[in-house]
Design a protein around this ligand. Structure first.
Ligand SMILES: Cc1cc2nc3c(=O)[nH]c(=O)nc-3n(C[C@H](O)[C@H](O)[C@H](O)COP(=O)(O)OP(=O)(O)OC[C@H]3O[C@@H](n4cnc5c(N)ncnc54)[C@H](O)[C@@H]3O)c2cc1C
Length: 406
């Protein structure tokens, strides 16, 4: 006989745990099914030298006071994992570790879950399986690349893992830029294929950028504020929490010695062809920074805040040289690191839940299927939805909606 539960939360990361916290507060019986251990993604898909790029004060999981005497500092990976473990313990979250949900179907007005530990029937299901789950595709011809190693950032751990020689990093979002920085520190030759990604300065006018994003309301922008639904798929702006926090964008990396190229269009053996558009991609990043800084300047003026004047304009940056082609062997490149991002993976959900991009169709976490919810997606509702400081609001909304169901 399948086990019956009121609510099954699938995923024991920050989103599943925050939802569990509110379900507990509302007195709803539930279980959290986690295929690995609590915070598994941080354990198995981040690299050894990773630091959170959001300062400690943003670690605001609901109902949990984060105790640290350096709120403006950045947590290394081990501390971030400990934080999530402590959070789960703080309210005795009913997590079952090592249980993978392999299928979800509608059944008798509720849901049937097939799991590695047996079948479960639930009146409600909350999908908290993460937005950064399935590595996205590489480039045409990647399988023919004449290098010793190709890997996605989710499998990257440290420079020592890579064979000697140069590294072509494809993708200039958060992971690509942070790993480029680490490889440059390790003395590696780095080529960075730059995509259309915004970036941020670490600090501006006396404060950390996250503080400004909070004060100006940028973190609270909702999907309705976006120019188009596809804008929510844009990559997260790279900025680093390593070494006390610093800029970490392509122009800054070029100044440190990385060679920048346009997007990888195709690979044939040792030959890589790049798409034109490097200058436009860099101009896109510059324009994003200018827009954010203008928003901050206006906020300071409007609120009459006491903030230092902006420092001199950054740069001049190394000149941009568009490269059409690269011979991997001649350039001494032995590794290609695919920093092309992630997408969610709902292939195990036997319901037409996703849109053409593979993202769950929902409004503030509520899907069209009664009792089926989603939390933890990038821009689920707000810009901060997938962050430690944003997931709580969404989790509370979902838990309250669920608890109000007859
Ligand atoms: C490189 C990178 C850096 C980031 N840095 C920051 C940062 O500095 N600050 C910040 O606030 N945010 C950061 N984020 C964003 C976000 O905080 C994390 O991605 C966070 O892990 C999202 O939490 P989540 O609970 O939604 O998903 P996850 O942490 O991915 O949790 C989902 C859980 O579901 C489990 N699961 C998946 N499928 C199943 C299944 N079928 N059955 C059972 N269990 C399943 C997984 O094992 C996992 O534990 C970063 C993201 C990335 C990719």
């Amino acid at each position: 006989m399948p086990e019956r539960v009121d609510t099954a939360v699938v995923g024991g990361g920050q989103a599943g745990l925050a939802t569990s916290f509110f379900l507990g507060e509302l007195g709803r019986e539930h279980v959290v099914l986690e295929r690995g251990r609590v915070g598994e993604t941080w354990r198995s898909e981040r690299w050894d030298g990773f630091f959170l790029n959001t300062p400690r004060w943003t670690q605001q999981l609901p109902g949990f006071e984060y105790e640290d005497d350096d709120p403006d500092g950045f947590a290394p990976l081990a501390e971030a994992i400990e934080y999530i473990e402590d959070y789960a313990r703080s309210f005795a979250a009913p997590v079952r570790e090592g249980v993978t949900v392999t299928a979800l179907r509608a059944r008798d007005g509720g849901y049937a879950l097939e799991t590695s530990a047996g079948d479960v029937l639930a009146s409600n299901v909350v999908l908290a399986t993460g937005a950064f789950q399935r590595p996205t595709a590489s480039a045409p011809g990647a399988e023919s690349a004449a290098v010793e190693l190709q890997l996605h950032t989710s499998a990257y751990r440290s420079p020592a893992q890579l064979p000697d020689g140069g590294v072509l990093i494809v993708g200039s979002g958060q992971s690509g830029c942070q790993i480029a920085d680490e490889l440059l520190d390790a003395g590696r030759d780095v080529q960075l294929a730059v995509g259309r990604c915004p970036w941020l300065p670490r600090r501006y006018r006396g404060r950390d950028i996250l503080r400004w994003l909070e004060l100006t309301g940028v973190l609270d922008q909702t999907v309705a504020d976006l120019p188009s639904p596809s804008a929510r798929l844009a990559c997260n702006p790279p900025v680093s929490g390593n070494d006390g926090g610093h800029d970490c964008h392509p122009r800054w990396l070029a100044e440190r010695g990385a060679r920048l190229t346009g997007r990888v269009a195709r690979i044939e053996g040792s030959n890589v062809t790049f798409a034109p558009g490097l200058e436009e991609s860099l101009a896109f990043g510059d324009a994003f920074v200018a827009e954010i800084e203008r928003t901050i300047d206006e906020h300071i003026a409007r609120e009459g805040l006491d903030a230092p004047e902006a420092g001199p304009a950054r740069g001049p940056w190394p000149p941009v040289v568009e490269t059409g082609e690269l011979d991997l062997a001649a350039a001494g490149i032995t590794t290609i690191l695919w920093a092309t991002g992630f997408g969610p993976d709902y292939s195990w959900v036997d319901l037409p839940l996703v849109d053409g991009d593979g993202w769950a169709v929902q409004e503030r976490g509520v899907t069209e299927y009664p009792g089926l919810y989603v939390v933890g997606l990038n821009w689920l509702h707000k810009r901060k939805s997938a962050l430690f400081c944003g997931v709580g609001e969404d989790a509370e909304h979902v838990a309250r909606h669920l608890a109000a169901r007859v």
